[in-house]
Design a protein around this ligand. Sequence first.
Ligand SMILES: [Zn+2]
Length: 275
Amino acid sequence: MGKTQHYEVYAIRYATREGQRRDNFIGGDPHDGPMPMDYFVWMVVGPERRFVVDCGFTAETAARRKRTYLRDPVEALQLLGVHVDDVTDVVLTHLHYDHVGNFDRFPRARFHLQERELVYATGKYMRHPFLSRSFEVDDVAGIVRLNFGGRVVFHDGDAELAPGMNLHLAAGHSAGLQFASVETQRGRLVLASDVTHYYENMDSGRPYTTTLHVGDTLESYEKLRAIATSPEHIVPGHDPLVMQVYPAPRQELDGIAVRLDVPPSRSRPTPPPAL
Ligand SMILES: [Zn+2]
């Protein structure tokens, strides 16, 4: 029997924006009110290898898209002891602007991506602003260039990156969206990324407004649950509650980062009933 690898997992909050509940569910929401959105990058630290999961957007993109930029996500990795020159593996859950924007700042990394995401981001649907607005064309072109440089590792479905660190295709929000599952001391944790933006999308079965395929999105919620040890082991991609329920790794990182491989230190408030 091989020894189980346990990873430490962190979320770093790098941006935020105001929003209303109706913005975050297809068909709106009967209990309209404020529902802000946070933006994260994640880091998975193992005994031998570590993985950066997504790389956020740039200050320029934040200004153009009117997001509140709290900190540079790549510099923030250093607060957790990681220097970009040492990063060898970056997981790109998908190619939307808020997940890929700083790809060019990891000089040694290879990038793990589902092949169908790049097909989507360079294909016929990008003629339509409704879908292309979630991408920055320079990011997509940049990933194409990285591929010509041999630095993109394409996956087609689920893949093991290292013992206890796996990727899972879960399309719907985007054509080649993937999430990561990570073995930790508290069980199998799922970094859902945009498979579910908020706990509530998944819990109420109501997809976020930016959705390529509703049916695939609903199936992908089930995949999250099938792989995580429990629903409390699923970490949504944009929910401010993540910063509230998990503890900071150390006091000076309060409000900046949380540690996800330890149990939540607070329980989640109950959301209003879906209908
Ligand atoms: Zn996102």
